[in-house]
Design a protein around this ligand. Structure first.
Ligand SMILES: [Zn+2]
Length: 122
């Protein structure tokens, strides 16, 4: 079911953790807990289940951000393991914490636009 909003707009609004329809209300009431409905326009997005796709995309994105420089550092300087842990572990955790809700919001915007809830019924 196509929505009166462009797909790219819905995904971009979700990416900024905003309602995919109006872009003003928050899509989450807490870190990753979807709000039942938009506080501005009332669209219901709280029933959309993204399941594992948001963590999957997050791992893919964070992996591509962290692993190439890690391998480059290892190849160029071969530092001790503690240096790798001190740099890449906090960076990976921070990048994951920042990107996970944004990616989940983008997936929710995409699913809202498609009119699917992820509950295997619709
Ligand atoms: Zn809204």
């Amino acid at each position: 079911m196509q929505q009166p909003v462009a797909l790219l707009s819905a995904v971009k609004r979700g990416l900024s953790c905003r309602c995919p329809k109006c872009g003003r209300g928050r899509i989450f009431e807490r870190y990753l807990k979807p709000a039942a409905s938009c506080s501005v326009c009332g669209v219901t997005t709280g029933q959309i289940r993204t399941d594992d796709i948001a963590p999957y995309f997050t791992i893919m994105v964070v992996g591509h951000v962290v692993v190439p420089p890690l391998l480059l550092l290892e190849k160029m300087y071969a530092p001790p393991s503690w240096v790798h842990l001190a740099i890449w572990l906090p960076l990976a955790i921070l990048a994951t914490m920042v990107s996970l809700p944004r990616i989940k919001g983008a997936v929710m915007g995409w699913m809202w636009w498609l009119g699917i809830r992820g509950d295997e019924q619709h």
